[in-house]
Design a protein around this ligand. Structure first.
Ligand code: GUN
Ligand code: ZN
Length: 431
């Protein structure tokens, strides 16, 4: 059992924000050795709860304990692609991205990048991410082994791409599906790991590959699905020419059985309300990637329209199209896009709504509500220790905050990796 005294930030059942300025968090190991929250509440309640008397309390004055951040979409083979400019998505893929991803056929390269990637995620306070690997099974093995060694709840999958891609990353239909099924058997449910069926996007997947992916999705309903949709106008036009009878780009995924709960689609920018309703009806969620969309000039996600329809979404870095591993950078960009996107002057997001979409809301998008992304009793205790005085400017600004919203806003606008003092993982490392 572990007990922590600090300010506590989490979400209640009705999605409202709970903030204890002086709180107590108690965790206890379950049968698998994963620390779970036993108690969360004000420090003043400790004796009534009978939890603190026999437990040594780790006291962090001036610090905030909050759920570890969840990144809903990131590519680990693109660590070395960050900051590579191009005219738009399609030339960026050809010029920079496929070249780097081809290197992941080498297990030693994959292992080196996997270690760097996970250390960087943890340093930035991200404790779970839905992650694209490359089209080489070895790239999945490297990431899963590195995540397991760190005790992480991590979800990843081998990228499927059997056409319109160069030698070195293009795979073959049959082998890609066989390897996907083998990787599901090997990794899904091993310790805290999960597998995601990963068709890259419609232009690089033949009908046979999409159909095979859909069949696997039907056979393994608790496995995740991750892909890209409606990110860029040239991409949307290309999909229209490849599938002229489909109602929309998203409808192609529906046609192949790839829309269901636990399916997460990155971007969802060039959508209409019928697409948004389709996402809602199938229980699919959007991974919104504001730094990537700004960097690649893809467009603006329409959060107001998503809210109006009730389509689920959360935030994602989309490194290497995205420019930062830091959830603070992503939230800041999401705020800017909310202000400027789609000409809706005055529409933007509260700091609570922003924070929710990178923690409890992202867990909901993954179908992991009550498991991660919160500090409610029963949740796995992946959390961050935040220092709101990490820089001179943050110290000055947060000292003047009159409310939780003001405090969170200052962190979102001024924060980065320096705010994250520690990322605590619920499970210990596995050999
Ligand atoms: N669409 C297909 N592949 C990719 C990718 O690697 N990054 C982004 N941002 N979009 C994609
Ligand atoms: Zn992506």
């Amino acid at each position: 059992m572990f007990a922590y005294r600090a300010a506590l930030l989490y979400f209640r059942d009705d999605d409202s924000l709970a903030y204890e300025a002086d709180g107590l968090l108690v965790t206890q190991a379950d049968a698998q050795g994963v620390q779970r929250v036993l108690h969360v509440g004000p420090w003043s309640d400790r004796t009534a709860r009978g939890v603190a008397a026999d437990v040594q309390v780790q006291h962090y004055p001036g610090r905030i304990i909050a759920p570890g951040f969840i990144d809903l979409h990131i590519h680990y083979p693109q660590v070395d692609v960050i900051g590579s400019p191009a005219e738009g998505l399609l030339p960026w893929l050809e010029t920079h991205t496929f070249v780097q991803e081809a290197r992941f056929s080498q297990p030693s390269h994959a292992a080196e990048v996997a270690d760097f990637f996970l250390d960087e995620m943890l340093r930035n306070g991200v404790s779970t991410a839905l992650t694209f690997c490359s089209s080489h099974a070895a790239s999945v093995d490297a990431l899963m082994q590195a995540a397991r060694a760190r005790g992480l709840r991590w979800i990843a999958g081998r990228c499927l791409m059997d056409r319109h891609a160069p030698d070195g990353v293009r795979d073959s239909t049959e082998r890609s599906l066989l390897e996907t099924e083998q990787l599901i058997g090997q990794w899904h449910g091993t310790d805290r790991l999960g597998y995601a069926i990963t068709p890259r996007f419609v232009p690089t997947c033949s009908d046979a590959q999409l159909a095979g992916a859909g069949e696997l999705a039907r056979q393994y309903p608790d496995v995740w699905i991750q892909s890209h949709v409606a990110e860029n106008r040239d991409e949307v036009d290309w999909v229209r020419s490849l599938h002229p009878t489909a109602r929309s780009y998203l409808a192609v995924y529906e046609q192949f059985g790839l829309l269901r709960p636990r399916s997460v689609y990155a971007h969802c920018i060039h959508f209409d309300d019928t697409d948004r309703r389709l996402m809602l009806e199938h229980g699919a969620a959007a991974a919104v990637c504001p730094t990537s969309n700004l960097f690649l000039g893809s467009g603006f996600f329409d959060g107001a329209a998503a809210d109006r329809i009730g389509m689920g979404y959360g935030w994602a870095s989309d490194v290497g199209g995205g420019t930062s591993f830091s959830p603070f950078h992503t939230l800041r960009a999401a705020y800017y896009v909310g202000r400027e996107g789609q000409g809706k002057t005055g529409y933007s997001l509260s700091p609570r709504a922003l924070w929710f979409g990178h923690t409890a809301g992202a867990a909901r998008a993954l179908g992991l509500e009550g498991v991660i992304g919160n500090l409610q009793p029963g949740c796995e205790a992946d959390f961050v220790l935040l220092n709101p005085r990490a820089t001179p400017l943050l110290e000055r600004r947060t000292a003047q905050a009159q409310s939780v919203d003001e405090l969170l806003f200052a962190l979102i606008i001024l924060g980065d990796d320096r705010v994250v003092e520690r990322t605590v993982i619920a499970a210990s490392a596995r050999p």
